[in-house]
Ligand binder design. Structure first.
Ligand code: C2O
Ligand code: CU
Ligand code: CU
Length: 511
């Protein structure tokens, strides 16, 4: 799959009709709108291997603006990396030295952050590593990751939501020795497919509509069209019996519960930062903004497997509604988008088995070994309370997005972590809606959620975790390798409008 084919894929999506193609379900499974015409082929971003120079793998990344064709006859101004929309999938190997040469050609300041990667703070690409227009920023570091899919996206203070929404994002696939020998589908673009999810809303002229209402800013920006690698409800022609899908939730605010229209089961094999210890058989899997998961779906029955989003059921996960009756019941909360769900569901991807299918390996019983979290090593417990400052101020759009009662301040270091320390971070959500909490630099294990052990994709290494209203999630991590008393890493809500409005804090790792 090269860049030209990717671009062609984007063009093909113009065969679809305008917003009608976004297939809204009414909460049951009956589509309200039929899909017109021939759907697009799933575009697959090119796999970028970079080039070797003096023992380093170099990647040239150009942040640029351009036009994309999502809707028939309409041009949409977008942002992308090495192209007008989204960017290449960077292919990294654990242990190798890499250098990223990021040139800013979008005409305004921005940054590029490597979400999920363990790296020196100066290379993180957070709000302190601003790239001025025309400048090139060249972080370099050694890849120290488990095999998994990570990603990159902009991170400029107050502008992350806008820049990411316009398309400046891409996947990073890291391989390690374990993954090379795991006998999992690994032919990129053939039986190993990145699926980048982003919901959008369009103006009549085809331009993207961003954060126009108070609701968009309060609940986060949700769209009514789901773009899948930049196409609407596209088709993937399967030539193998088992297909690995690597999902990236690159939505600004929407949590996606994914499953198949025929209710078939599949196996979840990975979370954010590692394979899972064992594959988990399920019929649905949820990812909140920033999170990734990987599944293996079996299409040897030759039937079309239609991937859809399903109604979220975050109630019963410690919602404040029942306990305090604050938002007047689930209906009210749903209407306000407070369940992380606005009642809109999408056709995501149609997998069409075509021709005789290539045989696939049986799924291994064990995928990876992760050492059990060691509570004896914990030197500190930190508490983080996520809040939205309910009340008249919030209703007026006054914000009040805070962590521990404070909004983000670039000049303030909120937490100082000792190099090498193992810590427990206890994240509580006292606001009426769920927040995906993300920590830079490290991968953590989830200890428990309201005292209950994690399950499904939460059993692997994670860098983002959804904390429901009223919930407390405890995670454990070790802050190794890189000390820098000056330059902080971020932790924040990955609903980008919340992050931009201040639900973010800074920590340093100090020797
Ligand atoms: Cu995915 Cu701080 O970001
Ligand atoms: Cu990050
Ligand atoms: Cu949030």
């Amino acid at each position: 799959m090269n860049r030209r084919q990717f671009a062609k894929g984007l063009m093909a999506s113009t065969a679809l009709t305008v917003l009608g193609a976004s297939l809204c379900f009414d909460g049951s499974t009956t589509p309200l709108l039929a899909r017109p015409g021939d759907p697009a082929e799933l575009p697959v971003p090119p796999l970028e291997q970079g080039r070797l120079e003096n023992g380093r793998r170099i990647f040239d990344l150009s942040l640029q603006s351009g036009y994309s064709n999502f809707l028939p006859g309409l041009k949409t101004p977008t942002l992308g990396v090495n192209g007008p929309y989204l960017g290449p999938t960077l292919n990294l190997a654990n242990g190798e030295k890499i250098e990223l040469r990021v040139t800013n050609r979008i005409g305004e300041r921005t940054t590029l952050h490597w979400h999920g990667l363990h790296l020196p703070a100066r290379a993180d690409g957070g709000p302190h590593q601003v790239i001025e227009p025309g400048e090139t920023w060249t972080p370099s570091f050694t890849v120290k990751q488990k095999a998994a899919m990570y990603w990159y996206h902009p991170h400029l203070l107050h502008k992350t939501g806008l820049h990411a929404y316009f398309g400046m994002a891409g996947a990073i696939i890291v391989n390690d020795r374990q993954s090379d020998s795991a006998a999992l589908p690994d032919r990129y673009g053939i039986n190993d497919i990145p699926v980048v999810l982003q919901d959008k809303r369009f103006n009549r002229n085809g331009s993207l509509q961003y954060a126009v209402s108070m609701r968009d800013r309060m609940m986060g920006m949700m769209g009514d069209v789901m773009l899948v690698n930049g196409a609407i409800a596209p088709v993937l022609r399967a030539t193998h019996g088992k297909i690995r899908l690597r999902f990236l939730n690159a939505c600004n605010a929407r949590t996606c519960k994914l499953g198949f229209a025929d209710n078939r089961s599949f196996h979840v094999i990975a979370g954010d930062g590692s394979l899972l210890p064992v594959p988990i058989k399920t019929k649905s899997v949820s990812i909140s903004p920033g999170e990734r998961t990987q599944i293996i779906v079996d299409v040897r029955d030759g039937k079309v497997a239609e991937l859809v989003t399903l109604p979220l059921n975050l109630a019963g996960r410690g919602s404040m509604t029942g306990r305090r009756g604050m938002m007047g019941g689930g209906m009210m909360r749903r209407m306000m988008g407070m369940t992380g769900d606005d009642g809109r569901y999408f056709r995501v991807l149609e997998i069409r088995p075509s021709g005789p299918l290539q045989p696939s390996n049986p799924l291994p019983d064990r995928l990876t070994t992760l050492p059990a979290p060691d509570l004896d090593k914990v030197s500190k417990v930190r508490r983080f309370v996520l809040n939205m400052g309910m009340g008249p101020m919030m209703m007026m759009g006054g914000g009040g997005f805070t962590i521990n009662g404070r909004s983000m301040d670039m000049g303030r270091i909120d937490e100082r972590v000792k190099l090498g320390a193992t810590e427990v971070w206890e994240i509580s959500n006292t606001s009426p809606m769920p927040h995906p909490f993300h920590i830079h630099d490290i991968q953590f294990r989830i200890l428990d959620r309201n005292g209950q052990p994690p399950h499904g994709p939460e059993t692997g290494l994670k860098d983002t975790v959804l904390v429901g209203s009223g919930e407390t999630v405890r995670v454990i991590a070790t802050f190794d390798d890189y000390a820098d008393p000056q330059r902080p890493y971020m932790y924040h809500c990955h609903i980008l409008e919340h992050e931009d409005a201040g639900m973010m804090g800074q920590f340093t790792v100090e020797a």
